[in-house]
Design a protein around this ligand. Sequence first.
Ligand SMILES: [Zn+2]
Length: 337
Amino acid sequence: MRGDESGGPSVTNRTSGSRTRPCLRHPRATPEKSLTLERASRHDHGLDGFLFRRSTPSGMNVGPAEILLDLTSDNMALIKLSDYCCQGGERTIDASRFTMDGLRIAVRGNRELIFSPLGNAPLAPRVALVGITPGGQSEAFARYLRFLSVPDAAKRAAFEGAQSQIKELLAAHGFAESIGLSLAADLNESPDIFTTSLVKCCLKVNGSYKYKAPEIAASPEAIHCVANRFLADIARFPSLEWIIIFGDPGWAAVTSLRVNGIPVFNRIKGMGVEVLNFPHFAQNFQQRAIFCLDESEEADYLKQKPKHAPYAQKAKRMRSALLAAMKRRSSVPKPFA
Ligand SMILES: [Zn+2]
């Protein structure tokens, strides 16, 4: 083992209480104690890693030496994919040096599934926000996974870059307010919101994230995820009252995919929740705009923007379904009321 004069970089101890930063040329001149980082090999323990030492100005080691980062391959932080994904199998990845290829769970023809179990894990959510599959957010997940745990990376990447659009949709027609849903903070941090997707293992078709319901239906892995993991996720929360499926392909998937002969839509509806289709947060801004309009504003809007007319029919259907569900729910007597 090396001595104390390792020549490793000195790191100022932030808890030393001194407001003045030590002169970098004389790192030992100011701090009472300093942290020293050095590469250490301890073959006697089969360890190789970085060693942090706390030392006094005289260089004397005063605290217990601590191995913070162990670099031996058999001690790397291995992630077992099946702990987080319905189809992880026996696959593992190394948290610190995985490649995008390592995240690929299944390849079948032009379709592939990528490990990307996006979403949060609240205890008793009332609203589920359901994407189709993680799409481009799977890349954000892979980035976060380099320095966060799987659950934290999955939570942070869920609906990344789309929160303001989703909040606008949830605020439309007073929906969020009517159910007492706060939109002030990050959606993934809300105790009332469960974020997830139909196919959680990210589905890619021809290397792209564009997919339609038939492509989900054509992928046994994607169907497996919807039929097993998604339905189980929803059943896990008896507190859920609202399930919001984003986009046309997501809606087509829940209404057309059957599990043991029963459409997914009927299965989740049968759990006593309202199942709604909202415009997709990243596609068809025209559909979002029309969805958010008050019915009385619609004629004027379409007169000014005739090119948006082709989006009106679906947007109106989504809006009417939301308004009808809000009316239905508000007439349901609240427990203990
Ligand atoms: Zn899955």
